[in-house]
Design a protein around this ligand. Structure first.
Ligand SMILES: [Zn+2]
Length: 363
């Protein structure tokens, strides 16, 4: 199939986009890709990138034994910063380099355009625990113009629904948590909010714990053509210094006519740079995003104090994934959920389930 994989980046890069539309024959570039025959229906995968929180080194810290008095949610599960790698446009070069990406052991998010068709390569990406997100069916602007592949499905909702159906039928994905806006067109944002937990935009910036970043226009660092590890490392260093969440946006890893190609070697070296710190949480968008939102939910929750006991209750945002946790510390007391005491972890936290919507701290 023909799929013009020029995609992304808003007004300023239209010249670049139309330039790369030429020669953007994904077929030619994707000959190394496994044939795009329809894959037999799979049982629904409830995971789609969801995973537990990463381990912290046990420091044998004693359970706090002071007075009962409030709580503190650890930023980024106790890590210094967070990094997410996202890849757009279902590009052949992403699959061509997938074995190397996989070897890093880092979970990542790949935003799929359903018109690109299915491939056993993407099924492997899902099976390995990565997240597939929705990048719409035909990669059009929010008003239906400028479709990169095929014809507008008739509405933004239909564009999202067609891509979700494709992800379910092709790869057994029971729920798609996140989306990324084609061309960074913010005209999608309100529609995305009716269907998804998070929407990634293309505006530059990083995300701080508890900040007011729009969850339906998450800020990013977008790789430009030809960039190497030093550019990516600098972003990681800045995120770590500030204690922020950095979302990378990559397109082509070369040779497929896709947007903003960078060499995989630079990306891989930079992933190594982030890993080497040992205190950076690197995970996919749904996992880090649900921690970011979960922390905000608790920190803005309702606090009731009576009889020396503190009850904190919270509401989770729409489309929030199930089974998520955050890590907290308290000055003292016993932390309970549903009447059951939570275990203290010697790394310095209690792990709180978000689904119950409340916790109690009792003397
Ligand atoms: Zn795109």
């Amino acid at each position: 199939m023909k799929l013009a994989m020029a995609f992304l980046l808003p007004a300023l890069s239209f010249a670049a986009v139309s330039g790369s539309l030429r020669g953007a024959d994904a077929d030619g570039a994707s000959s190394s890709r496994v044939a795009a025959a329809p894959i037999a229906s799979q049982p629904p995968s409830v995971m789609n990138g969801l995973a537990g929180l990463p381990a912290l080194p046990d420091k044998d810290l004693p359970k706090p034994s002071g007075p009962v008095g409030g709580l503190k949610v650890l930023n980024w599960a106790g890590f210094s910063a967070a990094v997410t790698y996202t890849f757009d446009d279902s590009l052949a070069s992403q699959l061509a380099h997938y074995a190397q990406l996989r070897a890093t052991g880092v979970r990542m998010t790949f935003f799929q355009v359903s018109a690109a068709g299915a491939s056993t390569g993407w099924q492997q990406v899902v099976n390995d625990g990565n997240e597939l997100g929705n990048h719409t069916a035909h990669h059009c602007h929010a008003d239906g113009s400028g479709c990169a592949a095929g014809a507008w499905a008739g509405s933004r909702t239909a564009e999202y629904a067609e891509c979700n159906r494709f992800l379910a039928q092709s790869y057994g994905i029971g729920h798609v948590w996140t989306t990324a806006t084609p061309y960074g067109d913010t005209g999608y944002d309100t529609t995305a909010a009716t269907l998804f937990f998070l929407n990634r935009g293309v505006q530059g910036g990083q995300i701080a714990p508890g900040d007011a970043t729009d969850p339906y226009n998450l800020r990013i660092y977008g790789a430009s053509a030809g960039q190497t590890a030093s550019a990516f490392d600098a972003q990681i260093d800045a995120a770590r210094a500030a204690g922020n969440w950095l979302i990378f946006l990559f397109h082509s890893l070369g040779g497929d006519g896709g947007y903003a190609p960078v060499q995989a070697a630079g990306l891989l070296a930079s992933i190594g740079h982030a890993k080497a710190f040992g205190d950076v949480w690197i995970d996919d968008m749904v996992n880090i995003g649900s921690y970011w939102e979960g922390q905000k939910a608790i920190e803005t929750g309702k606090i009731d104090r009576s009889g020396g006991k503190i009850v904190v209750s919270w509401k989770l945002p729409a489309h929030f994934p199930p089974g998520r946790h955050v890590r907290i510390t308290v000055p003292g007391g016993t932390v309970e959920q549903n009447g059951v005491a939570l275990a203290w972890n010697g790394a310095g936290y209690y792990e709180v389930a978000l689904d119950p919507g409340s916790l109690a701290i009792v003397p």
